[in-house]
Design a protein around this ligand. Structure first.
Ligand code: ADP
Ligand code: MG
Length: 264
C-alpha cells in the first residue's frame, strides 16, 4: 500500500513537471522576405530547463524574439498557459514582464548596481521592502556576495560575468514566469558560467527556463529538455538524457558529433 502511494505521488509529481507552460504551433517567420522559421512546433514545460541548440543561423534567436513579441510579424500560434500571446492582458509590456529575455552580451544601464536591479520595475511591483527585494534578486542571480558592499557603485565597474548576472537579477526583479536566455554564458569566465548555471537550476524549480546554448556540455549539465533546431525547423527534441544518449535523427547524430548540420 505504501509503495503504491509512493508510486502515485511520484506520478503526480511527474505530471507537475511535465505540464506545458508555453506552446508553439506552426510558427513561421520571414525577415526581409526570407523564410527564417518554418512552421515550428515545440513546447516548454512549467518547470525545468529547456536547452535550445543548433548551428549558427538556425533561427534560435529569432524564435526567442517571437516568444516575447520583439518580432510580431509571424504566423502560427504561441500560447502561454493556454492563452495566446497576441491577446495578452496588459499588452506587450505586460507580456515582456511575464517573459524575461536575457541577451548574450550583458547590457547594463549607466546607473548604479542597485538602480539596475530596480530599473523598469513598475511602481505597483515595487515592494515597500525594496531593499530586501533587490537583495533577493541579487542572491537568486548568484551576485549578492560580490556586490552587497558596493550597491551604489556604477554597474559598468563590474566584470562582464558579473554584469551578466546583474542582467539576470534585473530580469528576476520583474518576477517573470518564463525566462529566455540567448547564449547567456557564451563569453563569460568559467566561474560566472558555473554560477549562472547553478542559478538557472534553482530558478527552474519554480519558473520556465529556455536557454539557447552552443555549448553541448552545458546543455547536458542543464538536463531537462533539449530542442535541436536547424534551418528554421525543429529537427528533434526530447528529454536531455535520451537526446544525448540515443538521438533518433541522423542530423542530430551528426550535429552532436561535429557541431555541423546539413539538413536541407
Ligand atoms: N533582420 C534580418 N533580415 C534578414 N535575415 C535575418 C535578419 N536577422 C536574422 N536573419 C537571418 O535569420 C537567420 C536566423 O538567424 P538567428 O535567429 O540569429 O539564428 P541563430 O540565433 O540560430 O544563430 C540567419 O540566416 C540570419 O542571417
Ligand atoms: Mg543567435
Amino acid at each position: 500500500m505504501k509503495i503504491l502511494q509512493q508510486e502515485q505521488m511520484r506520478e503526480a509529481s511527474d505530471d507537475v513537471i511535465q505540464s506545458v507552460e508555453l506552446s508553439v504551433q506552426g510558427l513561421s517567420l520571414a525577415l526581409s522576405g526570407k523564410p527564417i522559421l518554418k512552421a515550428i512546433s515545440c513546447q516548454l514545460f512549467h518547470t525545468g530547463i529547456t536547452s535550445l541548440i543548433g548551428p549558427s543561423g538556425a533561427g534560435k534567436s529569432s524564435l526567442l524574439r517571437c516568444l516575447n513579441m520583439l518580432y510580431d510579424d509571424w504566423q502560427g500560434e504561441i500560447t502561454i498557459a493556454g492563452k495566446s500571446i497576441r491577446a495578452w492582458q496588459g499588452g506587450v509590456d505586460a507580456l515582456r514582464q511575464h517573459v524575461g529575455l536575457i541577451a548574450q552580451k550583458p547590457a547594463v544601464f549607466p546607473v548604479s548596481i542597485y538602480e539596475n536591479v530596480i530599473f523598469g520595475m513598475p511602481k505597483k511591483v515595487r515592494k515597500q521592502n525594496q531593499d530586501a527585494w533587490v537583495a533577493q534578486c541579487l542572491k537568486q542571480a548568484a551576485l549578492w556576495d560580490e556586490v552587497k558592499a558596493r550597491l551604489d557603485e556604477p554597474a559598468s565597474a563590474l566584470s562582464i560575468g558579473q554584469q551578466q548576472r546583474l542582467c539576470l537579477a534585473r530580469a528576476l526583479a520583474l518576477k517573470p514566469k518564463i525566462l529566455l536566455l540567448d547564449e547567456p554564458t557564451a563569453s563569460l569566465d568559467p566561474r560566472s558560467k558555473q554560477l549562472i548555471e547553478a542559478s538557472l537550476h534553482q530558478l527552474s524549480a519554480s519558473i520556465t527556463v529556455l536557454c539557447v546554448t552552443h555549448d553541448l556540455e552545458q546543455a547536458q549539465r542543464l538536463q531537462g529538455q533539449v530542442i535541436f533546431m536547424c534551418d528554421g525547423k525543429v529537427i528533434e527534441s526530447g528529454d536531455a538524457d535520451a537526446f544525448f544518449q540515443h538521438p533518433e535523427r541522423v542530423e542530430t547524430r551528426e550535429f552532436l558529433r561535429w557541431s555541423v548540420c546539413d539538413c536541407d
